[in-house]
Design a protein around this ligand. Sequence first.
Ligand SMILES: [Zn+2]
Length: 253
Amino acid sequence: MFKAVQIDNLLILRSSLIESFGGLRHAFSTRIGGVSPAPWDSLNLGLDTGDSRDNVAKNRALFTAILNATPAQLACGQQVHGNTIALVEYPGLYPACDGLITREKNIVLAIKTADCVPLLLFDPMQKIIAIIHCGWRSVRGNIISNAAEMLTNVHSTKISSVYCAIGPSIRSCCYEIHADVAGQFSKEFIIRRDGRLFLDLIEVIKSQLLAAGVPEQNIDLSEHCTFCEKELFFSYRRDGRRSGRMMLAAMIE
Ligand SMILES: [Zn+2]
């Protein structure tokens, strides 16, 4: 179960399952509580959206403060819709990757989304976190099993004791796709309505997590659809090139 929490002016979401463990702080942002004007109103955390760098810097300071951190502690992936995961030891921008793993304390792993699925994995035994930017291309490219392999091989994580939180994203109510994309996924994940095709990317992600060895009861799922809920979320599909960005951020204490 996810819960919404108001902190100062910001509205954020947290996974109750992940929060039940000590040792990490995490937050999924909404668009509520920042300084950006329309159409980025108001907590836009993404550069290259047309919003001013100054506003984004202020918003990132507001959001990282939720984790008792600062923007200088952020480690971000470049996000190229690939299947590469980076091992993070320092803050900064990690090129050509859509997932980040760390066991270092006080580094804020962060990914930006505006429809794609933000996924958080936590190994509470060893205090290791991974976050993944799950667009359909990355999921199709098995980024989830890549992350699971890396956790196992590099950090000796037992995947059966990993806990996951799947944040707000565009859901099958709104995620219309063309036949060429539909053809890349098993039929069970494609929904037909009025002659149109929709992808249930959440079910694909869940099936891949289960296949990697994550128990179903270890998966927490936000019910929010970014496209449907304009008051709460940015949506690239809905708002276009000048859409703002939300952020998933997590840090080991
Ligand atoms: Zn929807």
